[in-house]
Write a protein that binds this ligand. Structure first.
Ligand SMILES: Nc1nc2c([nH]c(=O)n2[C@@H]2O[C@H](COP(=O)(O)OP(=O)(O)OP(=O)(O)O)[C@@H](O)[C@H]2O)c(=O)[nH]1
Length: 313
């Protein structure tokens, strides 16, 4: 068995959401394939330190803003790699590449270059996942009020909605979800339905969201473009990753009205629980827009919220 090599890779992102890819040069493994700039972690370095060094050596930039994201392992013929991905949003200096055949700024929903290194397919998909998930609670505020709040949130930029209405009669749920889908489509937003795979198929939504109890007994990934799950501990997060799900929610980071009995995790415990996971994890529980930076520093992909989405001033 080959020894595992630790690699640090950077999703260098501009304010318009585009990120930098480099084409591997002739004479390397996978020449002509596209990758995120980065390289091997050297002895005595953390992955973050390695990336900062590599981006200086390879691209001539000095990183000023870096946040951890996901970690993926992949077995190539030539190496077993563990790739630690970071998002880099700030740097000093002009990009001046020393190692690639070409560079390209790309958008995850319409990549214009290829092929990508084989390990990177799921990474591009994860980059298509919006950073904020709004979770409905029409059962509490009424469907009309919920749809009005959805309209306002879509207008403000919401692009991922989870329909979560436990206890809503099926007919009502179907027509409510249909109304959510129609609105979301107008804005190119994704919709996932909590739990109900049958209804999800019937209505043609983008995916399903599994409650933790369901995650425990599901043996294969449900057949949808997007599948996620609610998790409360490391074992559940690992299960979600093993099933090949696209994302997980982890909380509650703060005390919430939805689950007042649960002890809040806080950001340190959150960061510890998601360390080195291969799938993006949304932080959940009493969070608002102003928490995004703390969430991202704790390696969250983004934030999922009920009240923090619909009750904004
Ligand atoms: N930098 C980078 N490496 C990646 C990505 N995806 C991926 O599978 N890798 C793999 O991780 C390893 C990166 O190490 P590297 O860039 O220092 O090494 P290399 O193979 O290019 O050359 P070297 O052995 O001469 O240093 C390679 O095996 C590469 O195929 C990615 O997006 N960025």
């Amino acid at each position: 068995m080959k020894k595992r090599v630790e690699v640090a890779a950077g999703v260098i992102t501009r304010p318009d959401g585009s990120f930098l890819l480099g084409q591997r040069a002739p004479g390397t493994f996978y020449p002509g394939y596209w990758e995120f700039p980065g390289g091997k972690v050297e002895a005595g370095e953390t992955a973050e330190q390695a990336l900062i060094r590599e981006l200086d050596e390879e691209l001539g930039i000095r990183v000023t803003s870096i946040r951890p994201w996901v970690t993926r392992e992949h077995r190539y013929e030539h190496a077993h790699v563990r790739l630690h991905f970071f998002e880099v949003t700030g740097w000093d200096g002009e990009i001046n590449d020393h190692v690639h055949s070409a560079l390209s700024w790309e958008h995850a929903d319409r990549p214009g270059v290829g092929p990508m290194l084989p390990a990177n397919g799921p990474i591009l998909k994860a980059l298509r996942l919006p950073r904020w998930m709004g979770i409905t609670h029409a059962a509490d505020i009424g469907t009309e009020a919920q749809l009005a709040r959805l309209d306002a949130a879509l207008e403000r930029g919401l692009r991922l909605v989870q329909v979560r209405e436990p206890g809503m009669p099926r007919g009502e749920l179907a027509s409510f979800t249909g109304a959510v889908i129609r609105r979301a489509r107008e804005y190119g937003a994704l919709v996932v339905i909590n739990q109900d795979c049958g209804l999800a198929h019937e209505l043609g939504v983008d995916g399903v969201h599994l409650p933790a109890a369901e995650l425990a007994w599901v043996t294969v990934r449900p057949d949808f473009e997007w599948v996620g799950a609610s998790c409360h501990c490391r074992a559940e997060l690992e299960r979600a990753a093993e099933l090949g799900l696209d994302y997980a929610l982890l909380g509650a980071v703060r005390p919430t009205l939805t689950h007042p009995e649960r002890e809040a995790l806080g950001w340190d415990a959150f960061a510890e629980l998601v360390r080195d996971l291969p799938i993006p994890v949304f932080a959940l529980g009493g969070l608002v827009e102003g928490d995004m930076d703390a969430a991202r520093r704790a390696a969250a992909h983004g934030i999922a919220a009920i009240r923090g989405t619909w009750f904004q001033s």
